[in-house]
Ligand binder design. Structure first.
Ligand code: ASP
Length: 328
């Protein structure tokens, strides 16, 4: 909770286990309610007095659509700007003035930017003005993607529902871990679960950054790093695959990666445990072979849908609608 008393969602380090469990319960509750006409109407009656501003200046398909749908499920109205070229930023308006302007028309600002740190700046600004509104980070450059991490947690919890949940599981994250914000945000959340073992599988030069490893060490989360999927595939409960984040290529570039070794297809699945799951935040690149799309261990299509329910849950928590939802 910020100094303004607002519930901003900026960085996954802000979440503790009770909050994660509350959001998962809420997501399941709204998912079940929405299956009936009466339930769906009840949900729509929860927030018709709230308006959301979706400010997405970096490409997005799933996050935008699922937030947009989540708002509408709760009866909220939405406005959107999806390119800085059609906002007053082209006339030289500062980022701060744009955000403050959005807060004049909306009750929540949901934002994605190509640069890191912008959602945090927007939240800070809100905490200093007379009519602040909560800010939700829908992806801030290569830095954080907290709502993706929440939907990933929900997917993991649902997948391991009959196996004790996330506690005690071995989870590998594979690919461009250096620049993948989804992996960074999800790794931060692992401190909330007991006896989780992380395996980081990355090509040389694309390893997860030291700040994440420091965080895991401080919180006693066990991890191992390797450049070979075959070293760990047989011991996994979940494999989280990611694409090469080439939009962040710069002069700091570690050189071309042999990304073919970091892909998953029918061949790799032969050594993958029968009750383990494959996740991917999507969009996919060549690292995710469509030939496995209908394997029962594949969860990426469910992740998309879970994302919508988790975002409904998050908005409900932000606006303190749990009471009206009768969730214990
Ligand atoms: N959709 C995810 C993100 O926005 C993953 C990706 O783009 O690779 O970070």
């Amino acid at each position: 909770m910020a100094s303004s008393g607002l519930f901003h969602v900026v960085d996954t380090r802000q979440f503790d286990r009770p909050m994660l469990d509350r959001l998962c319960r809420l997501a399941t509750h709204v998912r079940v309610l929405a299956k009936t006409k009466a339930g769906a109407q009840g949900l729509q009656a929860l927030a018709p007095d709230r308006r959301a501003m979706l400010y997405f200046t970096q490409p997005s398909t799933r996050t935008f659509l699922s937030f947009n749908s989540a708002c509408h499920i709760l009866g909220m109205q939405t406005s959107e700007i999806r390119s800085p070229s059609i906002s007053s930023e082209v006339k030289g308006e500062t980022f701060e003035d744009s955000i403050r302007t959005f807060s004049s028309y909306a009750d929540v600002i949901i934002m994605r930017t190509p640069e890191g740190g912008k959602a945090a700046r927007a939240a800070e600004l809100m905490d200093s003005i007379p009519r602040p509104v909560p800010v939700i980070n829908a992806g801030s450059g290569p830095d954080q993607h907290p709502t993706q991490a929440l939907l990933d947690i929900y997917t993991l919890e649902r997948s391991f529902e009959r196996r004790g949940g996330i506690d005690g599981k071995t989870i590998a994250m594979m690919g461009d871990l250096r620049r993948g914000r989804t992996v960074r945000s999800l790794s931060y959340l692992m401190k909330n679960y007991s006896q989780v073992r992380l395996r980081f599988v990355a090509p040389p030069g694309y390893e997860i950054r030291r700040d994440i490893l420091d965080h895991l060490e401080v919180h006693g989360v066990a991890y191992q790093s390797t450049s070979r999927l075959e070293d760990v595939i047989g011991e996994l409960d979940a494999l989280y695959v990611t694409r090469l984040q080439s939009e962040y290529d710069d002069s700091d570039q570690p050189g071309k990666a042999d990304y073919a070794a970091y892909s998953i297809g029918p061949e790799q699945l032969k050594n993958f445990p029968a009750d383990a799951i494959v996740m991917h935040p999507l969009p996919r690149g060549p690292e995710l072979d469509p030939a496995i799309d209908n394997d029962p261990r594949v969860m990426y299509w469910r992740q998309e849908r879970n994302g919508m329910w988790m975002r409904v849950a998050l908005l409900a928590a932000i606006f303190e609608l749990d009471g009206s939802l009768n969730v214990n």
